[in-house]
Design a protein around this ligand. Structure first.
Ligand code: HSE
Length: 437
């Protein structure tokens, strides 16, 4: 059979990895796909020719992405330029030209995926996006296909490597936030705009995608609650340790009677959980289902070759799908487009979880009882309290509390009332707690 011709948009870290993997493993890939896979046309504004193994095998390299998506010889387009625009326009043009698309672009899928999938559906082509979440391991395929028999209850994932690296280094080496972030940027893990990593936006893009394929709901990035790790202090990491917990930046999606939770925030989880021990830049996703029970997926969440691994696997799937009936392919979001659910995404005030609270209290009798009275009046039970020795010369003592599960609306009100006490200095720091059992 004739080789299949690929158009590649982007020759950066991930694009270079794709060229390398397709070159290095060409024989294995052809044995799996049933045809040789070659990149015939690539587009990049700039690239480091000396750093890409196999670049000499590409027939044409241009700086015009539209030349690639309009090339009649190209059957599959790999989009690796990232961001919203012109990535979206290029992908829609490729679909318009009846080409299959493989992308690692989580921002584009999370925000424009509904429109893109609907266009692909009309044209009978596939848009594959395995590398868009937990880039180096096939968690999308696992949820969408491997767990297709199950009713999924919830999933929770460490889905931003940069954030996990920062939290791990803060805990293990007592390093400062800013210094570790700089290292993550130098290692090539961080997004072009690192606020996407530290403020949780990157993780929210990925969670939006995972929540959709788990529950068959449309992509709703704008409804995903997003909180980053920039407010986490070294003392929180140490107190969490003392209480038997680790702080992880989690994306959580859960089915409840009232609707679907989609939330990204720092979370205390028991240190004994496997996922609590996923450190450094590694990612992991824990999925709880009715039939399979808990399953855990672990691996690299970023990096040139791990991301290329998922992209090339998607290309192989696309090659195999070329001769199949479009009606009988795996649906983009796991559920048939006409069987998507309109379950509401819950407002954060409506979710229930346990909490870690840290506050600075004046060291005098009666302070603690004022705080516990506020919590008690709002139906919030306390699980544990630690009061630290005042530091020499300081008029305040740190008080740390763990509460039982309560609706976030009530906790918001409790925090408002506690912060209004003249015996409490500054803000109450709140981190949500999940037992993941
Ligand atoms: N900036 C992302 C991360 C890259 O750190 O996980 C992979 O999506």
């Amino acid at each position: 059979m004739k080789p299949i011709k690929i158009g590649l948009l982007g020759l950066g870290t991930v694009g270079g990895g794709v060229v390398t993997v397709l070159t290095r493993n060409a024989h294995e890939i052809a044995r799996r796909a049933g045809r040789e896979v070659i990149i015939s046309h690539a587009a990049a504004k700039e690239y480091d020719a000396g750093a890409i193994e196999g670049l000499d095998r590409i027939d044409r390299i241009t700086d015009d992405g539209f030349a690639v998506v309009n090339d009649p010889e190209v059957e599959i387009v790999i989009e690796l330029i990232g961001g919203y625009s012109p990535a979206k326009e290029l992908v829609l043009q490729a679909i318009e030209n009846n080409k299959h698309v493989v992308t690692a672009n989580k921002a584009m899928i999370a925000v424009h995926g509904n429109e893109i999938f609907s266009a692909a559906q009309e044209r009978g082509v596939t848009v594959a996006f395995e590398a868009s979440a937990a880039a180096g391991f096939p968690v999308i395929k696992a949820i969408r296909e491997g767990l297709a028999a199950n009713r999924i209850h919830w999933l929770a994932g460490i889905i931003n490597g940069t954030g996990n690296f920062i939290l791990t280094e803060m805990r293990d080496k007592g390093r400062d936030f800013a210094e570790v972030l700089k290292e993550a940027q130098e290692l090539g893990y961080a997004e072009a705009d690192p606020t996407f990593d530290v403020e949780g936006i990157d993780a929210a893009h990925k969670l939006t995608i995972l929540g959709s394929i788990a529950f068959g709901i449309p992509l709703q990035f704008e409804k995903t609650y997003t909180e980053g790790i920039s407010g986490i202090e070294r003392q929180d990491v140490a107190y969490a340790d003392e209480l038997g917990y680790r702080i992880k930046h989690l994306g959580i999606s859960r089915r409840t009677d009232a609707g679907i939770e989609l939330r990204v925030h720092p979370t205390l989880i028991p240190a004994r959980r496997l996922i609590a021990n996923v450190d450094g830049v590694m990612n992991a996703v824990l999925v709880q289902c009715d039939a399979a029970g808990p399953t855990l997926y672990y691996g690299a969440g970023a990096g040139s070759l791990p991301t290329a691994s998922s992209i090339v696997a998607d290309v192989i799937d696309a090659v195999r799908a070329l001769t199949t009936d479009p009606e009988n392919r795996v649906p983009h979001l796991a559920f048939q487009p006409d069987a998507m659910s309109d379950l509401a995404v819950l407002d954060m005030a409506d979710i229930s979880t346990a909490y870690y609270l840290r506050m600075q209290a004046v060291d005098r009798p009666g302070v603690m009882s004022a705080v516990t009275t506020i919590l008690g009046n709002l139906g919030i039970s306390i699980e544990a309290i630690i009061q630290k020795e005042p530091e020499a010369g300081a008029g305040h003592v740190p008080v740390i509390m763990l509460t039982q599960r309560v609706q976030e609306r009530n906790m918001n009100e409790a925090i408002r009332q506690i912060e209004a006490l003249d015996t409490i200095a500054g803000n109450v720091h709140r981190i949500r707690v999940e037992t993941l059992d």
